[in-house]
Design a protein around this ligand. Structure first.
Ligand code: ADP
Length: 246
């Protein structure tokens, strides 16, 4: 987080630098089954984020000491491509991507019926091709539909969004500038229908009232994003009967 005085994040017209209102999402597009060799896959564009997800499994867990006789082991691996950010990122795992991989694995595990697949592992590879703030949430939201596309039974989809504080206001879905120069960043992911929180992290400072406001913005946004997830899943599985003629 930088200092708010570095840059004016909310204009005199009450709009954000990219022209959005305070509770407006960036454009989001999702698609499933974009890779041939994966069991399930997805691609998401969320603002300037571009992320590809490939899911493999359930397959026998390896090494064997990772096998759990009661359930599948969910292993998400979040990776940012060297060309995904302005300055070339040093390739390979770093502390940030290890931490994100861990929290995303746990969030996905709560949605997957892992008890049906003892001794197996489910690998979820999240490759950030272009990063523009909010990559952990965009990657998790895309992972959830890639797991569904792999035919892995799930209790619910995982869907998330961030909110935070920028230019003294609570805003939804932080842009890169708001993430860098704003006062706070609060990514949250929930199980879509039950709204049970499966990921919540906060960076920066907000009052309790502001956190409440951020929560309600996020919860209403996750309903809209869940709709986009369902449309992405349904569009690949719905048969257009009109092409069959009379
Ligand atoms: P998230 O992407 O989930 O918001 P962070 O808050 O850690 O995660 O990062 C915010 C943004 O900062 C990222 O989306 C990316 O655009 C940028 N960023 C993160 N790590 C790096 C890095 N190593 N080099 C350059 N930019 C980075």
């Amino acid at each position: 987080m930088g200092t708010a005085s570095d840059i004016k994040l909310i204009g005199d017209d009450g709009l954000r630098l990219d022209g959005r209102g305070l509770d407006e999402l960036r454009p989001i597009k999702m698609e499933i089954n974009v890779l041939n060799r994966a069991d399930g896959s997805s691609y998401i564009e969320w603002g300037g984020n571009k992320i590809m997800v490939a899911v493999y499994g359930p397959r026998e867990a390896y090494p064997k000491h990772n096998q759990d006789i009661n359930k599948a082991f969910v292993r998400a691996r979040y990776n940012m491509a060297a060309f995904s950010v302005d300055e070339r990122k040093r390739p390979g795992p770093d502390r940030r991507s290890q931490e994100i991989s861990k929290v995303l694995s746990e969030a996905l595990e709560s949605a997957i019926m892992t008890e049906l697949f003892p001794r197996t592992q489910i690998d979820v590879f999240i490759e950030v091709l272009q990063a523009d703030a909010g990559t952990r949430i965009a990657g998790l939201t895309a992972s959830s539909i890639a797991v569904a596309a792999a035919g892995i039974p799930m209790r619910d989809l995982v869907v998330g969004c961030t909110a935070g504080k920028a230019g003294g206001k609570v805003v939804l879905d932080l842009s890169k500038d708001e993430d860098n120069f704003g006062e706070a960043d609060l990514p949250i992911a929930v199980l879509a229908r039950s709204k049970k929180i499966v990921l919540m992290q906060m960076d920066g400072d907000m009052t309790l009232e502001e956190i409440d406001q951020a929560h309600s913005m996020i919860f209403s946004a996750t309903d809209r994003i869940y709709q986009i997830q369902r449309e992405a899943l349904e569009s690949k599985y719905t048969v257009d009967a009109s092409q069959w003629g009379e």
